[in-house]
Design a protein around this ligand. Structure first.
Ligand SMILES: [Zn+2]
Length: 271
């Protein structure tokens, strides 16, 4: 082998080695899994400012702003208030909807408070109604962004649903309770884990009026009164016409039986 050929070969090998060093990081990057697609966001074009806020504010399971450094105790699950006192709590799910102002008027007329588990997607469209709830001395809490069945939902979607709803409240300056009512009462360990990390309690109910599916006032009232006991949490909805019909009579009957209406936060001890 001639000296010139040796020099040429070593020159080629040196260049190949240099080239492989240069492309090495790109080769690694190509092997990495692609970033997961972002959660599709229901558009609400009437409120672009709020939507932008929701898009930027939430943090997921890894970067949650409220994530605590030490392992926190698991989120508690309440089906009733932990008390033997003759008190009950009214709750209304799925709002704010068209019947909200009428509900608030009935509550004001009877001098009774309630807690409203709102959907972030509904709240964004009606910020005035959300503020009216707080102004009426009632409480606002989290019913997710868009009402999915949370049991079995991937963790990042559970976090997103809770935090997007919370971001909507924050954007409109409304203070919400750290309570999650999972839609349909559907939850599992994953939902509880998300609540633990985000500092939420899970609040369910023990008296289900089924006012969303039964328009018969007698039956709905009967269901509301039948299961009533000290500490009961009653589930109604914002929306059905039957609820407006039944509510005044239900409050009167419960008061006649010696019950006092209270807010959830008065009887759920801070964790
Ligand atoms: Zn609901």
């Amino acid at each position: 082998m001639s000296k010139n050929l040796m020099i040429n070969l070593s020159f080629i090998f040196a260049n190949l080695a240099l080239l492989s060093l240069l492309i090495w990081p790109y080769g690694l990057a190509a092997l990495e899994a692609p970033a997961p697609a972002a959660e599709p966001l229901p558009r609400r074009d009437t409120v672009p400012v709020f939507i932008d806020y929701v898009l930027t504010a939430p943090a997921g399971p890894e970067g949650g702003a409220m994530r605590k450094r030490r392992e926190p105790p698991p989120a508690r699950v309440f089906r009733k208030l932990p008390t033997a006192e003759k008190v009950v709590a009214l709750t209304f799910d799925d709002g704010p909807k068209g019947t909200l102002e009428k509900l608030l008027a009935i509550l004001a007329d009877k001098g009774v408070p309630a807690t409203f588990f709102l959907l972030g997607s509904n709240a964004l469209n009606k910020p005035g109604l959300v503020q009216a709830i707080a102004a009426a001395g009632c409480e606002v809490a989290n019913h997710s962004w868009a009402h999915p069945k949370m049991k079995g939902l991937p963790a990042e979607k559970v976090y997103w649903q809770i935090e997007a709803c919370a971001a909507a409240f924050k954007a409109m300056g409304v203070e919400a309770l750290p309570y999650l009512r999972p839609p349909y009462g559907s939850w599992d360990k994953g939902v509880q884990e998300a609540c633990t990390r985000l500092g939420y309690e899970i609040v369910l109910w023990d008296v289900d009026t089924r006012d969303w599916e039964d328009s018969n006032p007698t039956r709905v009232l009967d269901r509301a009164l039948k299961g009533l006991k000290p500490g009961s949490i009653i589930l109604f909805h914002d929306g059905p016409a039957v609820t407006l019909k039944v509510l005044p009579q239900f409050i009167d009957e419960a008061v006649a039986q010696g019950y006092r209406f209270v807010l959830l936060s008065e009887y759920i001890p801070e964790g």
